[in-house]
Design a protein around this ligand. Structure first.
Ligand SMILES: Nc1ncnc2c1ncn2[C@@H]1O[C@H](COP(=O)(O)OP(=O)(O)O)[C@@H](O)[C@H]1O
Ligand SMILES: [Mg+2]
Length: 306
């Protein structure tokens, strides 16, 4: 018999993000089905007594992008009172795309990436990156900390000066990364694979977000559809989760994680992003995924109480 924890789980969002958290209604329903008590709470609500909860599950606290130090402080405080999921070490590591270098060091195929730290010369960095990738017709410049395609831009080789200007602007807020633009995303989109407790749950196809004319789309539901991930994609995504666990010294699989892949020109999948903090899980495209998540959460809490 499964013993459910008496204290509820806080599902963490914020007022601005809740209306666009399409996973939340499905997750709430799934938790209710299995008898797991939940409260929806904003991380920005100073009146919440977090010690009331058996766990605090990061779901859609997406205003953190503008308030990263506050959010990390808040995560630290939560950790002192209750179980933060995913744990603080995972949150810290995965919020900064410099983790791509760690994944590459573990042998995971990642999209070729160069980092440009504040203080480095943007023009020189872009020039050297273009020289190192002579076959790339376009490059992507993005902040190492970001979400929702915010400040992600695509530049043709001929727009080297504009790319350097974008690097310089982003340096006001922190480090920057550059990648070749992978054109397969225009034809095949990216594949986002969702895992619960180390096991593959489902995947979606997400359309290209960076348009050739410079328009940047936001990843709405319309840009997604269900997709069955290939065996090669599942192997890379599993390798990402294993590498993360090993890098951070975790003793059990992550409760949840999303790995985003784009295929290179040779067809091999490469890691664009590993979302291990507060990923959108595209549950509307795989409703049984919500139940798998709720079951994995319940199991995690039993382990803890056991
Ligand atoms: N190297 C790339 N090649 C092709 N498309 C890219 C590349 N990098 C980013 N993109 C596009 O930009 C979107 C946002 O970039 P991503 O790295 O996922 O950052 P974010 O954390 O903002 O989601 C992706 O979903 C993809 O459509
Ligand atoms: Mg993304």
């Amino acid at each position: 018999m499964v013993i459910r924890p008496v204290r509820p789980v806080a599902l963490v969002t914020d007022e601005e993000s809740l209306p666009i958290d399409w996973d939340m209604p499905l997750l709430l329903k799934a938790c209710e089905v299995i008898g797991l008590k939940t409260d929806v709470r904003s991380w920005e609500d100073a009146d919440v007594d977090w010690s009331r909860y058996s766990a605090v599950l990061l779901r859609s606290p997406w205003t953190y992008v503008e308030r990263l130090p506050d959010f990390l402080d808040w995560c630290g405080r939560i950790t002192a009172h209750t179980l933060l999921l995913n744990p603080l070490s995972v949150v810290r590591w995965s919020l900064d795309k410099r983790y791509l270098a760690d994944l590459a060091a573990h042998g995971v195929p990642v999209v070729p990436t160069a980092f440009v730290e504040p203080g480095e010369d943007p023009s020189r960095a872009v020039r050297e990156f273009l020289a190192a990738h002579p076959r790339s017709e376009e490059i992507v410049v993005k902040p190492t900390v970001g979400a929702y395609s915010k400040n992600v831009q695509r530049f043709a080789r001929s727009r080297e000066a504009e790319a350097a200007g974008h690097v310089a602007r982003l340096h006001e807020d922190g480090a920057v990364l550059m990648q070749p633009y992978l054109p397969s995303v225009d034809r095949h989109g990216e594949t986002d694979l969702i895992y619960f407790d180390g096991a593959y749950s489902h995947a979606i196809r997400k359309s290209a977000m960076l348009m050739a004319d410079g328009t940047v789309n936001v990843p709405t539901l319309e840009s997604r559809r269900a997709r069955d991930a290939g065996a090669d994609e599942r192997a890379v995504a599993s390798a990402v989760l294993d590498a993360a666990a090993s890098h951070l010294g975790l003793d059990r699989p992550l409760l949840y994680g999303r790995v985003d892949l784009i295929r290179g020109e040779d067809g091999a999948p490469m890691v664009l992003e590993a979302e291990l903090c507060e990923p959108s899980l595209s549950l509307p495209f795989a409703e049984e995924g919500a139940l798998r998540f709720a079951e994995a959460l319940a199991k995690r809490l039993e382990w803890r109480s056991g």
